[in-house]
Design a protein around this ligand. Structure first.
Ligand SMILES: Cc1cc2nc3c(=O)[nH]c(=O)nc-3n(C[C@H](O)[C@H](O)[C@H](O)COP(=O)(O)OP(=O)(O)OC[C@H]3O[C@@H](n4cnc5c(N)ncnc54)[C@H](O)[C@@H]3O)c2cc1C
Length: 580
């Protein structure tokens, strides 16, 4: 891939592009990937980093949305289950079957929810009992049985439930366990889709830190957020994939819309070995006192807790509140009453806004999770179609992107060359799917690269089969492990920075790696990462300091993690930090 500066220079020289996609969350990236595979020249921009908006705030589930059955959203559940299975098959290095356990405390309640919702007579949640959950899980199995990607659900009585999960609330009468998918590192999936798009089509151009600035006649003004400089392009079709910012993107294009009525959701990441052990490799998905479905999720060696669902108008400035933290701490007690959680065990928090369609529903849980495309035209003759992608989930991104890409191809009068349904993603290509083939793969790459088995295993679980290329690069360089993050090495960081458009320190900490999310940010770690990334990009000391300071500020304001109190080294004193 050309460097970011070269891509911008080329665009300035040749400003005609068939498609401009505004917003590089998973929906924009999905359309970019699909159109690249169809051979279309397409430009993808984001005002920040790739997948840094709503797409960075997900609960890491590839899920059919069993809960949506009671809202009567059967089409959505069927599609989502199919797409969940495709993700497990096409990105097996990043998405795996996830046993999901629902502890049940009642027999019959909730039975009438779906029919009442259909008749418009339900405006409050009611607790789901064993029978309604059993029906939901059976329907779920029916939707998924042809593909057979995940096992069927099971139901356990009280005694066996407590044998399997001894810390569980003894008031439980059943546990139902069904399978969904876990997306271990969604932001890495996003990065790999971009790499795949660029590798098949040199006219597919991604640019992070470039925002939509304005529109006049048929020219669109873009602004490079790193240099502050503007440039103009002439697209034939615009895809507005602005997620929670869709209406503000439309405003910049000169059109007032009210497509989005977003809801905020927050998460905690806990360093809590006792709770981590109590859940095993199961996600616990259950109903809190207020009827809201919440989750306790195994995230590497940490525990992910989520999520809230609160209406918001402004998608910026949405860090977790004290009330949300308290809500989570109380809700853990409901299922694991003997496990104490202290706020000091919170190692990371994150929040985002679901780009849901504007709705009058009285409860946020009842707002449809469906996705749809809204269209209008801008510009002078020939006018430019603008497609706004409203809604959507990580799980269904491929299907939604396909729908949008079909519309774009029709507008451009181009044929679809290939479907994305069966295409393996990034390091999922040639991924060894069995224990035996995995062993063979690791041993082969050990021989070709000279690296240890442990090292290859780590790279394989992080990058899938892209690990081979990274291992070869590492073997040919003066590699060594990072002091603060010994499972990472400088050769590995070099490859990621060069191939994945890392332009900020937080791009690597929060999105190309799981270091930030797993609560491994430290002052020493940031300095070391800043220096190593700086060597690859060519940052001077001032820029490195600026990047460290900026990351500390992001951790503080967006994730409520204050590591600045550790700022005691001379070279890190804020007075020495220069504006970049
Ligand atoms: C709390 C929470 C939990 C969730 N959990 C799950 C889950 O477990 N499973 C699941 O499948 N889904 C989940 N989702 C849903 C899913 O994450 C989102 O629906 C999806 O990420 C939306 O992607 P998007 O591309 O539409 O929006 P975004 O990811 O927000 O992307 C929009 C992008 O547009 C950019 N942008 C805005 N304005 C401009 C401009 N003027 N110029 C350039 N760029 C601009 C933004 O910077 C942003 O990156 C969850 C969502 C939330 C909030």
């Amino acid at each position: 891939m050309l460097s970011r500066d070269e891509r911008i220079l080329n665009l300035k020289a040749n400003p005609e592009v068939s498609v401009l996609i505004v917003g590089a969350g998973i929906n924009g990236i999905g359309v970019f990937w699909d159109l690249a595979l169809q051979g279309v020249d397409v430009l993808l921009i984001d005002q920040g980093d790739y997948a840094s908006g709503a797409s960075a705030a997900s609960s890491h589930m590839a899920h059919g949305g069993i809960r949506y059955l009671e809202n009567g959203e059967f089409r959505l559940v069927r599609e989502a289950v199919q797409e969940r299975n495709r993700l497990i098959e096409n990105a097996p290095h990043l998405v795996n079957p996830l046993p999901t356990t629902f502890p049940i405390f009642k027999w019959f309640s909730g039975l009438l929810n779906a029919p009442l919702k259909f008749l418009g007579m339900l405006d409050r949640p009611s607790e789901r009992g064993a029978l309604v959950i059993k029906i939901g899980m059976t329907l779920y199995d029916l939707y998924t049985r042809e593909q057979g990607t995940v096992p069927k659900h099971t139901f356990l009585g009280r005694k066996r439930s407590l044998q399997q999960f001894p810390a569980l609330n003894p008031e439980v009468i059943f546990t139902g366990t069904y399978f969904d998918g876990a997306i271990h590192s969604p932001e890495r999936l996003a990065a790999e889709l971009i790499i795949d798009a660029v590798s098949v089509n040199r006219k597919a151009i991604p640019l992070n830190y470039v925002s939509l600035a304005g529109m006049s006649e048929n020219s669109v003004q873009l602004q490079d957020e790193l240099s502050g400089k503007s440039f103009t392009i002439h697209p034939k079709v615009i895809v507005n994939a602005g997620g929670p910012w869709i209406d503000s993107v439309n405003r910049t294009l000169g059109m007032e819309t009210r497509y989005i009525g977003g809801t905020k959701g927050s998460h905690l990441v806990l360093d809590h070995p006792q709770l981590r052990k109590a859940i095993g490799e199961h996600e616990f998905f259950f109903e809190n006192k207020d009827g809201r479905i919440v989750l306790i999720f195994p995230l590497a060696d940490r525990v992910l807790i989520g999520t809230t669902d609160i209406r918001v108008d402004d998608p910026d400035d949405i860090a977790i509140t004290d009330e949300e933290v308290q809500y989570f701490l109380d809700m853990i007690r409901r299922v694991f009453p003997g496990i104490r959680v202290d706020p000091s065990q919170i190692v990371f928090t994150f929040s985002g806004v679901r780009p849901l369609e504007n709705s009058e529903a009285s409860l946020t849980g009842q707002i449809s999770r469906e996705h749809k495309i809204e269209q209008y035209q801008v510009g002078l003759s020939p006018s430019i179609p603008v497609l706004s992608l409203v809604g959507g989930k990580w799980t269904t991104f491929r299907a939604f992107a396909e729908q949008a890409a079909d519309q774009v191809l029709e507008d451009l009068n181009l044929p679809r060359r290939t479907s994305t349904a069966g295409i393996r993603i990034g390091g999922g290509k040639g991924f060894p799917d069995s224990k035996v083939s995995r062993k063979e793969w690791v041993s082969r790459v050990c021989t070709t690269s000279g690296l240890s088995e442990d090292r290859i295993e780590t790279l394989l679980s992080r990058y899938g089969t892209r690990a081979e290329q990274i291992a070869i690069h590492i073997a040919s360089s003066q590699d060594h492990a990072l002091r603060n993050y010994p499972s990472f090495s400088i050769g590995e960081i070099e490859t990621i920075v060069q191939q994945e458009d890392v332009v900020r320190l937080d791009d690597f900490l929060l999105r190309r790696s799981m270091l930030g999310m797993l609560g491994r940010s430290s002052k020493a770690g940031l300095i070391e990462l800043g220096e190593e990334i700086g060597k690859v990009i060519g940052w001077n000391a001032q820029r490195i300091n600026y990047e460290i300071q900026r990351t500390i500020e992001i951790l503080k304001t967006e994730h409520r993690m204050d590591i600045s109190r550790y700022l005691i080294d001379k070279e890190m004193q804020p007075s020495l930090v220069m504006e970049y």
